[in-house]
Design a protein around this ligand. Structure first.
Ligand code: 4AD
Ligand code: MG
Length: 452
């Protein structure tokens, strides 16, 4: 049986084992060869010593970086500094050679180059680390909500409703191009799209099961080629019945903190690598975020702070409009130096489902802004009053017939409820210090790019 290198490296006694992986480097000496093998189970390599007497030694002398290898041998305490164990091979088999065109040679590559070989980049230290963290955090998300009695709901990927009302939808159709006749029925009998959010469907579940969450792919055809937007990304959307904006903000803060703590506790090697090579301040920032309370700031106050900042922002600060990412970053990174929860935003800048405040002008919305990223979470208390919701829809030109089921929640036993959406990739950018969303997605989908 193959032992994962991660387990070999944390062994407590010498043992006969078999490992398999890809060769990172080889160094030949008189009568033996040192081979660094990595199997992706952890950041570290296992050093294999192949004596000339060992079966397969000749093969090893020709093995190149990137070749796959299987080694049986004795795991022994290593005399070398910086490693506890090494493997003395008794048998080596090169499974597959990699020729000289293998793109991941020893020298460091830029992330831009590695994006062009996304099918191989996961074999590099950086991307191996990013995707182990991604996996671990997906587990942490479920753990967080399951331990708090939230029910996991899988909302549909194909939908007819535009939850955010921003019009950035991918159409789903079986109609042939050019034959899009009005009399020809489409597959679902109505226009359908890839979902931008599972929120509306999650609300129906919250209004039955009290506490629910979604965790799945979402799609937005935003043609903005930024480092923080992807056309396909994963969102986590908790929704709670009998909950107001206050409770929503508290859950958001607890959630982000729990994710940071989980990473600090379970991904220490990876965070060490990111701190060394990606962002020198990462560990410090994460430790701070895990410990300090978030700052809660009403929108009106944020506008005053921004206006008084004396900053020359690229986009002017306009009262009544959404903040730009440079404004968000200023608040979290420079002014407060902790994550900021911005709440009570102007209604005109927000979707129809948010609860209208007493003043009639703002809604019970909240965004969580973190240093380095800006918005990581968007959420709100939902409008539970039927007549107010109908008015919100009318003023935005939304049809009541389309949303009949959503309105029914307000007709039959309506309750105050609230929730939010956290962009999983934005969270991963925050936890790894990686500055481009393309580098925390296995195969990124962005405007003009659907390779792999
Ligand atoms: O603020 P948004 O648009 O909120 C919603 O979709 C609500 N329905 C959520 C809810 O209340 N249940 O999106 C939520 C989060 C953002 O804060 C951001 O982290 C992420 O989703 N996000 C994106 N991430 C990557 N690429 C994109 N194009 C994103 N658009 C939003
Ligand atoms: Mg938002």
């Amino acid at each position: 049986m193959i032992t994962l290198i991660k387990h070999a490296l944390s062994a407590s006694v010498e043992a006969d084992i078999e490992i398999a992986g890809w060769i990172r480097s080889r160094r030949d000496s008189k009568g033996f060869s040192f081979v660094e093998v990595n199997d992706g189970s952890c950041l570290r390599n296992l050093q294999v010593i192949v004596d000339q007497e060992v079966a397969g030694y000749e093969q090893v002398l020709h093995a190149t970086t990137g070749s796959s290898v299987r080694v049986a041998g004795r795991l022994i305490a290593s005399p070398a500094a910086g490693q506890k164990w090494e493997l003395r091979a008794t048998q080596v088999e090169i499974i597959g050679q990699a020729d000289a065109t293998y793109p991941l040679q020893k020298k460091g590559h830029t992330v831009e180059f590695l994006r062009t070989v996304a099918h191989l980049r996961t074999r590099s230290n950086l991307f191996g680390a990013v995707f182990r963290v991604r996996s671990r955090l997906a587990y942490a998300v479920h753990q967080f909500f399951q331990e708090r009695d939230f029910v996991y709901v899988q909302t549909p990927i194909i939908t007819a409703s535009d939850c955010e009302g921003a019009g950035e939808l991918f159409r789903v159709t079986t109609l042939k191009q050019g034959k899009d006749k009005a009399d020809e029925p489409d597959f679902f009998g109505k226009a359908t799209y890839l979902t931008v959010s599972g929120q509306l469907e999650a609300e129906t579940f919250a209004c039955a099961l009290s506490k629910v969450y979604t965790f799945g792919p979402t799609f937005r055809a935003e043609n903005s080629n930024t480092s923080r937007h992807a056309a396909e990304f994963w969102m986590i959307e908790p929704e709670m019945a009998f909950c107001d904006l206050e409770g929503d903000m508290t859950l958001a803060e607890d959630f982000v903190k729990a994710m940071v703590r989980h990473a600090l506790e379970h991904c220490a090697d990876e965070l060490g690598l990111f701190t060394k090579f990606v962002d020198k301040t990462l560990m410090e920032t994460l430790t701070l975020v895990a410990e300090r309370p978030f700052q809660r700031v009403p929108y009106a106050e944020a506008i005053s702070i921004l206006n008084a900042s004396g900053r020359n922002f690229e986009y002017p600060v306009t009262d009544g409009q959404s903040l730009q990412s440079e404004h968000e970053k200023f608040l979290a990174e420079e002014h407060f130096r902790v994550p900021v929860i911005l709440f009570d935003q102007p209604a005109q800048a927000k979707p129809f489902y948010m609860r209208v405040n007493e003043d009639g002008k703002t809604v019970a919305a909240m965004d969580v802004l973190v240093p380095g990223i800006g918005e990581i979470i968007g959420g709100s208390q939902r409008e539970e009053r039927l007549s107010v919701l109908q008015e919100n829809m009318r003023s935005r030109g939304l049809s009541e017939e389309e949303y009949w089921w959503y309105l029914d929640l307000r007709r039959f036993g309506t309750v105050p409820h609230a929730g939010f959406g956290l962009g999983f990739e934005r969270l991963l950018m925050f936890l790894t210090g990686v500055s481009n969303i393309r580098d925390v997605i296995p195969f990124a989908r962005t405007p003009g790019n659907a390779e792999f």
